[in-house]
Design a binder for this molecule. Structure first.
Ligand code: IPM
Ligand code: MG
Length: 361
């Protein structure tokens, strides 16, 4: 029997219910394949602010570092009504998430976006586009760029002025490019590097380093695409993309766009990896405070994040395949949460969806 330690950050909003759903499925995997998963709950985000007055307690970082992997739900609340957003920026929920990414060195964020044939009806694109299907992986740089640059707000000659800095060094660009090309080799061997090289210095360096890395991968095709054009191509012809690699903010924005054309952001898992086996796994979507605790959230993104956890941090292959197969089976059996519901299907809640997937492992 193999035993693994998983740190669990349930977080805020729908976080606890979608994480419970993923654990139900992971436990079903453990039972079938003879593993033991030890879960340790740790605090982050709004839940941590309420309990201990800071979004990322030191203990959370310590427990995560000592674990084999971290499973996370979502953090944050309603940015206009929640009292968390009256706090200074470094004490808000999001600072916890950015902080843990930095503390664990999770520079590579993998967001696979694929359109399940069963959900093509939920894709908001025209039928002639959706029927072609698509299967892409967005590789987002996660610990550099604007979200980690120097920022401040000050008065300049009596005028309030806010500054955010976008900076990348060649090492940061090289390591994410290498990850992208490595993954592309196991897929359809195409990398689209997204930048704004017609305007930004950081993008021009990005392009140069990506080209240097590409020279080591003659079997992989590289193309460059400007970010504004990419936003358009994603809805015009998403099937053209295999692996898309891009800087932090572009990846944040484009991955939300890509998720929507899969039918629902509730379907999209993600893995955030560093140079070691340790990774943090979370759904790409947010905490959806408006539907928290109602048992209507879609747990599939978190369940699929659990599959990525098994694959990337615990080096398993049959087990994550079993989770992905079970998700497909439940969808083809016609079960849907509200966000992906369509006529003639059976509507189920968060917990029931997890039970059905666990049953099919
Ligand atoms: C995401 C989220 C976060 C990000 C926020 C909550 C800080 O939008 O994971 O995409 O921008 O990285
Ligand atoms: Mg985002």
């Amino acid at each position: 029997m193999s035993e693994f330690n998983i740190a669990v950050i349930k977080g805020d909003g729908i976080g606890p219910e979608i994480v419970d759903a993923a654990i139900l499925v992971l436990d079903s995997v453990a039972q079938k394949y003879g593993h033991k998963f030890n879960y340790t709950n740790v605090l982050m985000g709004g839940a941590a602010i309420d309990a201990v007055g800071e979004p990322l307690p030191g203990e959370t970082i310590e427990v995560c570092k000592k674990s084999d992997a971290v499973l996370m739900g979502s953090i944050g609340g309603n940015t206009t009504t929640s009292p968390w957003y009256k706090l200074p920026a470094h004490l808000r929920p999001e600072a916890g998430l950015l902080g843990i990414r930095k503390a664990l060195g999770l520079f590579a964020n993998l967001r696979p976006c694929l359109l399940y044939p069963e959900l093509s009806g939920a894709c908001p694109l025209k039928t002639e586009i959706s029927e072609k299907g698509f299967d892409m992986l967005i590789m987002r740089e996660l610990t550099g760029g604007l979200y980690f640059g120097k920022r401040y707000t000050e008065e300049v000659d009596g005028v309030m002025t806010a500054v955010d800095t976008l900076s990348y060094n060649e090492q940061e660009i090289r390591r994410i490019a290498v990850k992208a090309f490595d993954v592309a080799r196991k897929r359809r061997k195409k990398v689209t590097s997204v930048d704004k090289a017609n305007v930004l210095d950081s993008s021009r360096l990005w392009r140069k380093i990506v080209e240097e890395v590409a020279a080591d991968y003659p079997d992989v095709t590289l193309e460059h695409m400007l970010v504004d054009n990419t936003a358009m191509q994603l809805v015009r012809d998403p099937a053209q993309f295999d692996v898309m690699v891009t800087e932090n903010m572009f990846g944040d924005i484009l991955s939300d766009e890509a998720s929507m054309i899969t039918g629902s952001i509730g379907m999209l898992p993600s893995a955030s990896l560093n140079e070691t086996k340790l990774g943090l796994y979370e759904p790409s979507g947010g905490s959806a405070p408006d539907i928290a605790g109602m048992d209507i959230a879609n747990p599939i993104a978190t369940i699929l994040s659990g599959a990525m956890l098994l694959r990337y941090s615990l080096d398993m292959s049959e087990e994550p395949d079993a989770i992905e197969r079970a998700v497909k089976k439940v969808l083809s059996d016609g079960y849907r949460t509200g966000d992906i519901m369509s006529e003639g299907m059976t509507k189920v809640g968060c917990k029931r969806m997890a039970e059905l997937i666990a049953y099919n492992i």
